[in-house]
Design a protein around this ligand. Structure first.
Ligand SMILES: [Zn+2]
Ligand SMILES: [Zn+2]
Length: 241
């Protein structure tokens, strides 16, 4: 809490030296905003109706529902909440943080992710830790940071939920195309492991990542955390593909 107060206290000073610009089009802005009106209007937030499990929006659905993709498949996570669609400028921001070394965008993306903490599927949960989806060490060396981890750190600063880097990625790439769905799941699950000294026993965990595509990465991470004694795993991503 004190840490948050100190960060907040210095924010006006930072604004004085770095006047805010739109994170996408660089238009000069008033303090306290990340996007200009035009760019903000292009961000598509995921609203109900959407799948309770994987957040896929379905315009024609009504009320609470689970999409056909999730119906037959019991994911290890309780739900995966995604805040916005991974389209246009959001896709661009995610590309820039991943491949353009623009680590500062973590704050902007965490601000969006923070909206997901108010989602009806997460708002009543007490999380013991935020767990970033890990990168393979080789990819981490290339990229210099794990975008999921820096987003989680920013999210931690606003929410007070600590970050626990509990997972590691053991395999660099997995050629998945030749495998059927069941084997693909097993194959991906073997790519992750809980790090030696991380204690996840009886913890309610929230996985954090930049983008959700099929949910299989989050599912694999949830599986290994539960195997090591976590009591529940949910997931929060900035965007959904
Ligand atoms: Zn703009
Ligand atoms: Zn679904």
């Amino acid at each position: 809490m004190l840490k948050k107060k100190i960060t907040d206290a210095f924010e006006p000073l930072a604004t004085l030296f770095f006047p805010p610009h739109c994170a996408h089009c660089q238009t000069r802005l008033e303090a306290g905003r990340d996007f200009c009106g035009d760019c903000e209007a292009r961000i598509e937030r995921i609203k109900v109706p959407r799948c309770e499990s994987c957040s896929q929006p379905y315009d024609c659905a009504t009320g609470e529902f689970t999409c056909p993709n999730c119906r037959g498949e019991a994911f290890y996570f309780e739900c995966a909440v995604a805040v916005v669609r991974s389209r246009s400028l959001i896709r661009d921001l995610i590309h820039r943080i991943k491949y353009g070394k623009e680590i500062w965008l973590a704050r902007v993306l965490a601000q969006i992710a923070a909206e997901g903490l108010e989602d009806s599927r997460l708002e009543d949960e007490e999380f013991d830790a935020l767990v970033p989806v890990p990168l393979h060490p080789k990819r981490l060396r290339e990229r210099e940071y794990n975008q999921a981890a820096v987003i989680a750190e920013n999210l931690s600063r606003r929410s007070g939920i600590p970050v626990l880097c509990a997972l590691e990625r053991l395999r660099y790439t997995t050629t998945q195309t030749a495998l059927d769905r069941k084997n693909r799941r097993q194959n991906l699950r073997n790519a992750f492991s809980v790090v030696k000294n991380a204690d996840v026993t009886n913890k309610n965990l929230l996985l954090v990542d930049d983008v959700l595509t099929t949910g299989s990465t989050l599912d694999a991470c949830a599986a290994v955390l539960l195997e090591r004694g976590a009591s529940s795993v949910r997931a929060l991503t900035v965007a959904r593909g």
